[in-house]
Design a binder for this molecule. Sequence first.
Ligand SMILES: Cc1ncc(COP(=O)(O)O)c(C=O)c1O
Length: 363
Amino acid sequence: MSAVNAVISRKAVRHNFKRIKSIVKTSRVISVLKANAYGHGVLEMARILVDSDAFGVARLEEALELRNADFTTPILLMEGFFNTADIEVLIEHDIQTVIHSLEQVSQLEAFAKAHSTLTANLKVWLKIDTGMNRLGIAPSQLDEALARINTLGFVDSKINFMTHFSCADDLDNCFTSEQMSQFYTLVEPHDGELTLANSAGIIAWPDSHADWVRPGLLLYGCSPMLNRIGEQDDFIAAMTLSTSVIAIKPLAKGENVGYGAHWKTERDTQLAVIAIGYGDGYPRHAKAGTPVLINGNRYPIVGRVSMDMVTVDLGNEHQVSCGDPVIMWGPQLPVEEIAQWSDTICYELILQLTSRVDIKFVE
Ligand SMILES: Cc1ncc(COP(=O)(O)O)c(C=O)c1O
């Protein structure tokens, strides 16, 4: 048993998946399992989410991990392949791919030339850049991309279309509407199935649901929306991160705490030292005041987060003892709140836990 534990509730994940289905109704669901299922453990998450219509990953090695574990669910490589040699692997393992640039179309053509007798049916999703300006072909390249892909015998002739939102977490930002309307206008003359929505699209932009949605964060029970938590939209945080109290010490008014003498007691008090730090992936930038939960009560972190320890101000009226469990985040202490205290996003927190943390699944 390690000092720091991340317990993942299968029941919560199942609930979140059902909740997504109930919101999107008829749209099919690509469960996004990239980055080790946002730090939760990809194979176990794939088992729980085996009813997904597809799995979404960023990297070829993530897709292969699923295939090597015998998952037969369709897999979409959302970042696309990186070189011509990858195309053979995609075909061999029946992995669908995003095409986001004309350079990739050229790589497909080169592959076709080198394998002229190949009879495959590579499924392709053409990603159109509607303003995120990251991956995606420019709208002006759409006709050329389609015409060139359509001449390739080993590519499925039914091409699907995709775009990605840059501001969907912000309900007041009309750029999402602009992205949607540009995308729908561009694909209108064509036949393929459509996908636009990430988690924020699912919650906040019903017009984006289309044929397929691509939830990541919501599966894990967290909210992608600014200043909201998953619970407000009936999602349940799947992960509870916890440690324990390893020391309690009295301090007089005016004493320094931690590296850099960053924090000073304003009254006589008692301090709990807890066994977690940035060596476990807890954010070093968590500010003084960031809450932890001990025996159902919130206490503030004080002083700097160190590699293996965090100090917590208990005051003088507490019932805390050495060995008591401490919850760093979970359903009762939203990770979205900890992210705010740490000037980051909950995505980063849940997936930056280190190998020192024991991840365990419970029913
Ligand atoms: C292309 C694409 N689709 C869907 C997602 C899932 O996003 P979210 O976790 O916000 O649902 C991501 C994640 O970054 C992504 O890159």
